[in-house]
Design a protein around this ligand. Sequence first.
Ligand code: SF4
Length: 281
Amino acid sequence: MLDLKVDIDSNSGFCFGVVYAIEMAEDILNEQGYLYCLGDIVHNDEEVRRLEAKGLKIIDHEALQQIRNEKVLIRAHGEPPSTYRIAVENNLELVDASCPVVLKLQNRIKNSFDKKEKIYIYGKHGHAEVEGLLGQTNQEAVVFQDIAELDLASLPRQITLYSQTTKSTDKFYEINAILREHGIEVNTNDTICRQVSNRDKELRAFASRYHKILFVSGTKSSNGKVLYGVCKATNPNTYFISKKEDIDPAWFQQGDTIGICGATSTPWWLMEEVKEALLQL
Ligand code: SF4
């Protein structure tokens, strides 16, 4: 036995947006035994599998066009206006679990669009939340995930900058500074969710207290990538895993202290499973 000392970060686990969506889904699953959900309810394969076993049916936008007279859950990432139009046409009852933070951001972007501002969104191409934001602008906003994608010389001299809710705060402000250095007048809207940006600081403190860190997250989670980067920068002995089977015993030495933490989409039960597995080594 390696006699590892293992703690789970009390600030990790689902954010309130994900808790709300999963509670809504489970209530309906308990009542009607199945429920359609547009896209993965959460970017965590283990949690998706648990809910699928209870009757959750994940569908994509193409499948949405084919079904009629059903309930469909909108997950925390939100959706563009086109999804709500399809629902009306197909007599679908949308169970809207869009996170209030995302809905507020959608509204702000819609207002900017109505005022004819030049909208730039720092976000991941094709990400569900970003598609929902882009939909508020009739697909006219510019989405970029790296400043190198923008030709700074040809940008309008006045722009309105937003961020996907789960991007890195440090990178967002770096981008903001570069744009200003190039003489662009930026109306800056830091729309990064505090559930993510506050974890940033807490995680730095947590990661520095242990010999090794296991960061538990689905590979599709945007904030998982950001928060893993925060841990790795603080503690180079940080390992990314998605499930207990990914643990390599060779990472540890006798008596190591191990901190377990995760993304806003990482279920608590999964981190508990990882802890149990470590205590068996
Ligand atoms: S990270 Fe923030 S914006 Fe995203 S679902 Fe959670 S609470 Fe909502």
